[in-house]
Design a protein around this ligand. Sequence first.
Ligand code: C5P
Length: 406
Amino acid sequence: MNELAGKHIVLGLSGGVACYKAAELSRLMIKAGATVQVVMTEAAAQFITPVTMQALTGRAVYGSQWDAREPNNMPHINLSREADAILIAPCSADFIARLVQGRADELLSLLCLARPIDRVPLLLAPAMNREMWAHPATQRNLAQLAKDGARVLGVGNGDQACGETGDGRMLEPNEILQELTAFFAPQVLAGQQVLITAGPTFEAIDPVRGITNRSSGKMGFAIARAAREAGAEVTLVAGPVHLPTPRGVRRIDVQSASEMLAAVESQAPYASVFIATAAVADWRPAQAAAHKIKKDGSGEVPPLAFVENPDILATVAHSDRARSGALFCVGFAAESEDLLAHASAKRLRKGVPMLVGNIGPATFGRDDNALLLVDSQGHRELPQASKRVLAQQLVADIARRLPTSA
Ligand code: C5P
């Protein structure tokens, strides 16, 4: 999807092993629609060749302020004026120190200094050994750069190239891409607290068996990411799914509907938007056996009695905060027939202002979908698209309905 369409990013590489990740990062940015102009320090060129970066970005790489390809011989001016953002990834401890000092003795520092500070943001993805990261000099420098308006992305924690373990790893390319996308996304949910349920629930029969469903959680996770990128604080209550947590999203993992309800009820008092995408099991075994139920060889099946699960969405939608308009609730519906009629009836039954129907029955696990938005005024369709795009459209639609948005 083209979330960086039309954006021209100067990708600066300073020296560090993490330069190898810049290759993948440049590909991801281009895939997202950006044009990428690579500028490398001499040290960076020791770790990855300009040839590789040129081949991946389709643009000649710059490395010297004396580059005669520029007719006016001022690459630092030309490159910094064209950019929508300058992203330094990896950003070494030395390069951070150079930025603090406002050095201008090589092209990358020079163009960071020469950039129009009010129009061309500077984003840094640091990468260094954990001791270098923790050193007071580095932390002091980063604090100064933040004061000067630079945006610091990360860092990650884990194994380092030197064999040590700790803070200082550069974020993964897809994490940097998420940060960049969020940076450019319209902040339509700024100041909002969004609570989302996602995935299936698992209702235990005994310690090894249970009842669940085929919900993948993809739609809810995509909405969580889009809401976060739109500036909201997001809490995601997730049933058992194997999906990575979107950056900046607070995740609470649960198993059963009862656990999901408890988590939601603990968070709902702080939320301004509640989006229930979870495929909550309608029933659960009346009692989960303490030990594994054994076959006794008689051919008889164990009697299973069920009780109804709490309706999480309806519970929240009937709370005082939701009724007063302080909490905007959105429900989802998966129907196999007559979606509009069922979705409209479900909206009223659940007591929510907005209900979103999955168009087409076989959306579980897929990466795309089509949605039907139903409210008191009528309905409209969001046509077939990736769940990521639909999530962004839905977030924009919800933002327009909130009392604070003008
Ligand atoms: O009643 P039905 O399961 O079709 O309703 C779907 C909507 O209600 C979804 O938004 C789902 O997350 C929510 N729901 C819930 N708790 C339940 C059942 C459904 O929050 N027990």
